[in-house]
Design a protein around this ligand. Structure first.
Ligand code: SF4
Length: 293
């Protein structure tokens, strides 16, 4: 019998929150991938998104603000066979956790990062988070946002993530498929999930997104996959992905931007670099300063 990935805990997200669609998409993806409860671990930081592991009937860890990526990396390195899902908000991952977000792109250790992107810190009363537009004033703010905006897709691409996608929490059919691909991707993945926070963000509402989002896959010529057969197209596909990443406003692309299946993940890289280092350590060097120390 298929495992039931939902717990029976009462969910305390606000009515209309986009988090519900993300949670349902995760459980559907896990079911359709035919994974068992011992195949997958959920890790989160702090924020409304941080509660997600509590609502998933698998092993989960609710960690510190901005520190979920190092924790999840440790889980993955201790057992590379585990599928590790990381849920975090744009505040958690792109502000206090931004250094770890960049480092994980460079490492490519195989995390599936699901970024709950609602432009606010919902858990602490709606302060402006890193994806809010400069000058925007939502109902949760006493004055307009004074900071510039981070582009999560562009940052993920330039950090080195090998699977980069965007979903919308009210399009669960598409989001479920993106999550399935991210979980099965060997390297590290980021899915930027656009989601309304109806309690504090009255600008980026469900209707606002519905009027703007479109699917990259509707363009039949769009092919973001790089494999051994077309590796020479890597640079071109990367630039195409980056150009799409900059598109924002009246039209907002969703779907897979970049899917590089040729980059060796850290969990494999470490096996053939570190053992050889340990077997043949570099000769000890004595370094002295001009003062003789
Ligand atoms: Fe969702 Fe916003 Fe409520 Fe948090 S505060 S649960 S993000 S609607």
């Amino acid at each position: 019998m298929a495992h039931n990935f939902k717990t029976d805990l009462a969910i305390d997200w606000c009515p209309g929150c986009g988090d519900f669609g993300i949670l349902t998409s995760i459980t559907q993806a896990l079911t359709e991938l035919n994974l068992g409860p011992h195949d997958v671990v959920a890790v989160s930081g702090i924020g409304c998104s941080g509660k997600t592991p509590h609502y998933l009937n698998i092993a989960g860890v609710h960690t510190l603000h901005g520190r979920s990526i190092p924790y999840a990396t440790g889980v993955k390195l201790s057992n590379p066979n585990l599928k590790v899902i990381l849920t975090g908000g744009d505040g958690d991952l792109l502000s206090i956790g931004a250094g770890h977000f960049v480092a994980e792109g460079r490492r490519n250790s195989g995390l599936a990062i699901i970024l709950f992107d609602n432009a606010v810190y919902g858990l602490t009363k709606g302060q402006a988070a890193p994806t809010m537009e400069l000058g925007e004033k939502t109902k949760g703010l006493s004055r307009e946002n004074m900071f510039g905006k981070v582009n999560p897709i562009a940052l993920a691409l330039t950090s080195g993530y090998s699977f980069v996608a965007r979903g919308f929490s009210f399009d669960m059919k598409q989001l479920k498929e993106l999550i399935k691909r991210a979980i099965m991707h060997e390297g590290s993945s980021v899915i930027d999930v656009l989601q309304p926070c109806p309690t504090y963000n009255n600008i980026n509402s469900m209707e606002w997104y519905k009027q703007r989002v479109y699917k990259l896959e509707d363009d039949k010529s769009w092919d973001p996959v790089i494999n051994q057969g077309n590796k020479s197209d890597l640079s071109q596909k990367y630039h195409e992905a980056y150009n799409r990443a900059l598109e924002w406003g009246d039209r907002i692309p969703t779907g897979v931007f970049f899917d590089n299946q040729t980059l060796e993940p850290f969990t494999k890289r470490i096996n053939h670099i570190v053992p050889s280092y340990l077997e043949n350590p570099p000769a000890a060097q004595v370094v002295s300063t001009s003062d003789g120390y």
